[in-house]
Design a protein around this ligand. Sequence first.
Ligand code: NIG
Ligand code: FE
Length: 416
Amino acid sequence: MGNLILKDCTIVTPLGTSAKKGQEMSELSVIRHGIVVVVDGIIRYAGVDNGTVESIYDHYECRVLNLENKVVLPGFVDSHTHLIFGGFREEEFSWRLKGESYMSIMERGGGIQSTVDATWIESEDSLFHKAEWFIARMIEMGVTAVEVKSGYGLDLTAEMKMLRVADKLRHSLSSRIGIATTFLGAHAVPSRFKGRTAEYVDLLIAEMLPPAKEFSEFCDVFCEKNVFELEDTKRILKAAKALGYKLKLHADEIVTLGGAELAADLEAVSADHLLHISDKGIKKMASSDTVATLLPLTAFALKEPYAPARKLIDAGCAVALATDLNPGSCFSGSIPLTIALACIYMGMTIEETVTALTLNGAAAIGRAQSMGSIEVGKEGNFAILDSDDFNVLPYYVGMNCVRTTVYKGNVVNTNK
Ligand code: NIG
Ligand code: FE
């Protein structure tokens, strides 16, 4: 927990402690020549500098960064990743380049199942160090909180192994980044249960959900045709809710199934992907508090149409953006490319993109009270840009315009 003063900065932030919906997403506060004070990791002042602010906090011996009016954003929140996994799937990617589909590879035992096989045999240490490397790269891009999922175990032992790795990451990186953990035991029907999905769901509910709770805050399901369909998903998520999990959903990613509607009905924290969300789903999401988390890198890597961000926002939904970093559908954790795709191909404005990656991302992991904006009382988490104009965000296509990342008042990375 650090004491820090950011002097002469351009503060760009959404304001509030809950997700911004619809046109509210474009309402950013922009303060030029501002000052931000963080004491013990928490923001104590953020606003115009009347010249006396710094002296008030003299006795805290704050580190002072003079930013020459550079942009300070809330630290980015990557609210959907699968960054703990065994092996890699570059060969599968080459098959997809030749025209094979993601689902057909999955149906013949490749895809997620092949990462499951690799995760079973990889040591906890190796899983940990790989994940730690990805997280270090994300911190360089201004990420100050990340969600990580299990889901490459698909049995109790291996799911618990993944969740222990997540827990170890959470503790050992606690001075550098916030980590939220999600149990995704329903990521695929394991090959040993082929054709017996209901039996796997029974096992998951009876034997995996209760112990996994020790290490996870959220429960997620890959709700998809021929994977876990609506009824399976509902059973799992209702059982999870009864155990105190908050809910997430991979919804309407490959086909329109009604996952978005289910997420809203179950008051899930977020429904993610939504490439094929129906108009009815959009309406339902708009009248709920469920955040629509969009993952443009996945659509890009799968060569699928992007999720209808414009329609979602115009209908009044709260939209978040995340990377989906995983070894199969999207082996990228690039925040800069996420921003560029959202602005160039999904029709989001730069302001909406900022809200989607900060306050709405925080809401998608249930943390909007404590992070996601630059306001008194919130954690001192910042992405400081190399520019005094936040329009550089999509302009730097796939290149990083973040200079410095701050977590709880400590500088955790500076790109030289
Ligand atoms: O979010 N769709 C399901 N899960 C991941 C992909 C996981 C994988 O292919 O390993 C996703 O896209
Ligand atoms: Fe995912």
